[in-house]
Design a protein around this ligand. Structure first.
Ligand SMILES: [Fe+2]
Ligand SMILES: [Fe+2]
Length: 275
């Protein structure tokens, strides 16, 4: 992109005239932008947030008004590359999602968890599971993140790794003093001291407890820590060898290999697409 084009682009946020006041008041202003660069054909792109982000919030009541906005000239819904996001390579690899899509806080959490697992001399299956265990939170969805995350990586990792990622979500709620795992302090802050996981989570935990791979998933929870040494900087490159041996990157790129989960990776490449 040339400097002159870059200079024309709004630095951040949106222009005040973009949406009716009612939508701006509902906090929807930042879901539109006034594109001034060639990447979006000089049209206004409206980002229509997904139902999963709207249901249960006041913003759901504004879907109709957002839809009506495309009635204006030169206004369309966001499809393809969002100019606010770095462009992904044609054949994205795992590291591209870490570097170009995942939030800083999520990257730090995943890298630090993997680092702790490696420092403890744990098996590479555990290290890669730690590195990947919350990628759904990092790039897709938080609710049921263990299951979404396990699905995302299923075609590319050992079945034991997939299983460990899926089950870590339920195991997090239940202590195992025999290996020094206690209910997370953070969960008391997050959910309140009286929170009880629902029955289905308990059933998942009880089944996982009896499974032959229980300890692999338990080790993910043991290394799933939130307080890190701020002086330690961990880089994805530190795990290139582990990823190389334990994550089968598809030749066509994640999102384009025709696998049953390719659409989930594409959703992370183009998270703001209307369809
Ligand atoms: Fe998690
Ligand atoms: Fe985590």
């Amino acid at each position: 992109m040339s400097e002159s084009i870059q200079a024309q682009r709004p630095a951040s946020g949106v222009l005040p005239h973009e949406l009716p006041a009612s939508l701006r008041a509902a906090g929807l202003t930042n879901w539109t932008r006034e594109p001034l660069d060639d990447a979006v054909d000089r049209r206004r792109r409206i980002i229509f947030p997904p139902a999963a982000a709207l249901i249960g919030t006041p913003a759901i009541g504004y879907q109709g008004a957002l839809l009506a906005e495309v009635g204006h000239p030169d206004t369309v819904f966001m499809m393809g590359d969002n100019p606010d996001l770095p462009k992904m390579p044609e054949r994205p690899r795992l590291q591209d999602f870490f570097q170009l899509r995942f939030s800083k806080i999520a990257i730090r959490h995943l890298l630090q968890s993997a680092r702790v697992a490696r420092e403890r001399g744990l098996d590479e299956k555990v290290i890669i599971a730690c590195l990947l265990h919350d990628i759904a939170i990092a790039g897709l969805l938080s609710a049921n993140h263990g299951y979404w995350g396990a699905q995302l990586v299923a075609p590319y990792v050992d079945e034991e790794v997939r299983w460990a990622i899926e089950k870590h979500e339920a195991l997090r709620y239940f202590s195992d003093e025999s290996v020094g795992y206690s209910y997370p302090e953070a969960y008391i802050d997050y959910f309140g001291p009286d929170y009880q996981p629902p029955a289905y989570v308990r059933r998942e935990y009880e089944a996982a407890r009896r499974h032959r791979w229980y300890m692999t998933s338990r080790l993910v929870t043991i290394n799933d820590i939130y307080s890190f040494d701020p002086n330690v900087v961990v880089d994805f490159a530190d795990f290139e060898d582990v990823v190389g041996r334990n994550f089968r990157q598809p030749r066509e790129g994640l999102g384009f290999d025709g696998s049953p989960v390719a659409h989930m990776w594409r959703t992370m490449i183009w998270p703001n697409n209307f369809l």
